[in-house]
Design a protein around this ligand. Sequence first.
Ligand SMILES: C[S@@+](CC[C@H](N)C(=O)[O-])C[C@H]1O[C@@H](n2cnc3c(N)ncnc32)[C@H](O)[C@@H]1O
Length: 423
Amino acid sequence: MMKITVEKLIYGGKGIGKIDEKVCFVPYVLPEEEVEVDIIREKKSFYECVPVQIIKTSPYRKEPVCRYFTYCGGCDYLHIDYEKQVEYKNEIFVETLKRVGKLDNIPVLEPVSSPENLYYRNRAQFKIRGEKIGFFKKESREIVNIDYCYLLKKELNDALSGLREILPFFSFQPVEAQVYSSSENRTVVKFLFPKNIKKVPLGLKHMKAFLGESLEGFGMYLIKDGYARRINFVGSPFVYETVGDYRFRVSADSFFQVNRFQVKNLIDLVENEMKKDSISVAFDLYSGVGTFSIPMGRYAQKVFGVEINPYAVQDANHNRKLNKATNVFFHRASASDINRFMIKKNPELVLLDPPRTGIDSNTLKALLQIKNLRKIIYISCNPATLARDLSKLTENGFTVVSTRFIDMFPHTYHIESLTILEK
Ligand SMILES: C[S@@+](CC[C@H](N)C(=O)[O-])C[C@H]1O[C@@H](n2cnc3c(N)ncnc32)[C@H](O)[C@@H]1O
């Protein structure tokens, strides 16, 4: 057994310390704690460790609310006081921008904590194998059987109990059940199978008897190469989200922001930015169901949303009518294939909200060719790809006016942020 002093937390959730000048990574610790650790893996330049005993405890350590913590891979920070967690994640965010993007002197605004840090998730992906339903262990494919998750809204925990009862009725077991419960408390469920399942296990009425009357519908999906293809859907695949005075239809196959308490804060921040300038044309790349494009339409003469997922584009087209956003238009395309159209439309403002991979080189090239482009709002869920992209944008005439961490995922290492660039 070795003793280390934890220097800081790093992206991914672990803390780092040193054993004989060699870096060691250890989960579930806090900065300045002295910890006895076991080395579980030795690599050329680092050790992977597990904590065995905390010798000097941080004043910010708290009793985790969940008994599965450290077994279940869902949470990284349940042992840390919430406001301190936000501080640590903010430090990791700023440090990543510096280290990866060489962005040293950029204005960093106060982080936006989540108004509630428990029961915030509106969506869950329950893994299933035999009798086990739950989440993967950290860095493993082993399922931790759980009966409750403190990050999920009540309706998702209710659905988890229902799933346990319903699975014996399936002649072939799904490997995953994805449950989504909207702000209006309507639910859709996706069952993912490793092979093509023709037969629907139960009708909607029976499924509701187990999963609750709020169930709008459920679908059977074939999972192949990490991609879930819809085989069939029973009932309605749509639920509705109310955010302030906006309403969005979201299908079971579309993305929607996962923290139900932070969506409005994100939209408010985008709106505040839109209000500052008079904008004739704006683009929203990676627009989903129109969560930002539709609010942007209140402040720009015309907005074009670009989204690759056909279900999300159908929802977005429905949502433009629902919200009377007749000046907002949606295109089904990959952001990287829209170059010519976007350059021709010559927007003054582009909002980017890409997946974790960030923006690709084609999209970046297009942004640099837009003559009128003065402002970029970059919403990111991965500080490393954000840093890479900001670095390229700042090398090519843009300045980071502000950046801030927005805690969309309390108790996990994930870092969402909103950055404003101007030219
Ligand atoms: C982080 S989500 C943001 C969605 C939306 N802005 C929102 O807040 O609800 C990223 C979106 O990008 C879409 N997407 C992924 N790759 C894309 C691409 N190459 N071109 C356009 N959209 C893409 C996904 O389908 C998803 O809807």
